[in-house]
Write a protein that binds this ligand. Structure first.
Ligand SMILES: NC(=O)c1ccc[n+]([C@@H]2O[C@H](COP(=O)([O-])OP(=O)(O)OC[C@H]3O[C@@H](n4cnc5c(N)ncnc54)[C@H](OP(=O)(O)O)[C@@H]3O)[C@@H](O)[C@H]2O)c1
Length: 325
């Protein structure tokens, strides 16, 4: 597995997102043993950039990752996120990046992850109620205390990124980016490159759609996040399925799988980009990690880049309002 540098943090260029092991997608939380095997297989394959968050579960995903890393903590770059659980508000799901909330959140994450430091600590969503300067100031104190090593933002817009970076260097921004979700290209990626900040695409497989494995929403159980997601709604599904089929056609030419092609396209967008595909299955981490060796020709890259946008927003209306674009 090749490595790249997000500003000053070296990571495997393909990481592993752990969210779906505990929430959001069909089957989450039903087979922790396979999830643990998946994390261990990832490490064996050199996929050492792990992504979790306080809100996943909440808490259970960090606990799972902490269990997986017993005795292997030094082998990974461990990233987690704060700011979607408000501890002053009884631990409710709520945007809260106040310094007091951060100081409480970090202690819980360190305990659940079984570590004395977090390598990359992201604000999960920008908090309109707390100036970003105050949030970054509190994070800079955690850096000085050695509790976190690097600071990240998620779904932050250009102005917030600039203001944050003026207080303390931001190492990486994590936002949705894939063949289905191209939004960061216009405004965010240019700012990141200007400031030498790395980029971590989340949901790089279009929440599974780009893998070709999803042919019908009947595959989702009622708790599946995608059942209520506009990309998977009845009106948009057929259009997006055709896009996934075009990715699959390129995969056939290459002799790779659609998931590998979706990841290889992202890797071709720059050496400052480290996607974190999510899976809870050993066979799929093996498949996704192998995208590192997939080569796309210039013609294939042009064809993929030229695909029309996916139909439907990436989130429902309430969630879209929490994202700066
Ligand atoms: N910052 C944020 O706000 C934010 C938001 C969303 C996600 N994230 C992070 O980004 C990570 C990845 O995003 P994501 O999990 O939402 O979406 P994703 O990586 O685009 O897709 C994950 C889905 O694809 C399936 N899958 C994975 N590899 C596959 C393969 N080779 N063939 C067929 N299906 C495959 C997974 O199912 P199985 O698990 O059953 O294999 C899962 O349902 C998350 O785990 C999380 O850490 C961050």
């Amino acid at each position: 597995m090749k490595h790249i540098t997000l500003r000053d943090l070296e990571v495997s260029r393909i990481g592993l997102g752990a969210m779906g092991m505990s929430q959001a997608y069909t089957g989450a939380g039903t087979d922790d043993a396979e999830s643990l095997r998946t994390i261990h297989r990832a490490l064996d394959l050199g996929v050492t950039f792990l992504d979790t968050a306080e809100i996943y579960g909440p808490y259970t995903n960090e606990e799972l990752v902490g269990r997986a890393l017993k005795g292997r903590r030094d082998q990974v770059v461990l990233a987690t996120k704060f700011g979607l659980v408000s501890h002053a508000d009884g631990g409710r799901r709520n945007v809260d990046s106040s310094p007091a909330n951060i100081r409480t959140a970090v202690e819980g994450s360190l305990t659940r992850l079984g570590t004395d430091h977090i390598d990359l600590y992201y604000q999960h969503r920008v908090d309109p109620g707390t100036p970003i300067e105050e949030t970054i100031g509190a994070l800079a104190e955690l850096v000085a205390q050695g509790k976190i090593r690097h600071i990240g933002l998620s779904e932050a817009g250009p102005d917030t990124i600039r203001r944050a970076h003026a207080v303390h260097p931001v190492t990486a921004v994590q936002s949705e980016y894939s063949l289905f979700t191209r939004d960061p290209e216009a405004r965010v990626l240019p700012v990141l490159r200007e400031l030498n900040i790395g980029f971590v695409p989340f949901s790089p497989l279009g929440r599974g759609f780009l893998t070709g494995a999803i042919r019908s929403t009947d595959q989702f159980d009622p708790t599946d996040f995608r059942a209520g997601n506009p990309r998977f709604s009845e009106e948009n599904f057929a259009h997006n399925l055709r896009l996934a089929d075009q990715v699959a056609a390129v995969a056939t030419q290459v002799g790779a799988t659609p998931a590998q092609v979706a990841l290889a396209w992202l890797l071709a967008q720059g050496d400052d980009i480290a996607p974190i595909p999510g899976t809870k299955r050993v066979a799929r981490i093996e498949e996704n990690a192998a995208a590192d060796t997939v080569h796309l020709t210039d013609d294939q890259l042009t064809e993929l880049t030229g695909l029309p946008p996916a139909a439907g927003d990436t989130h429902n209306e309430a969630q879209m309002r929490m994202m700066e674009r």
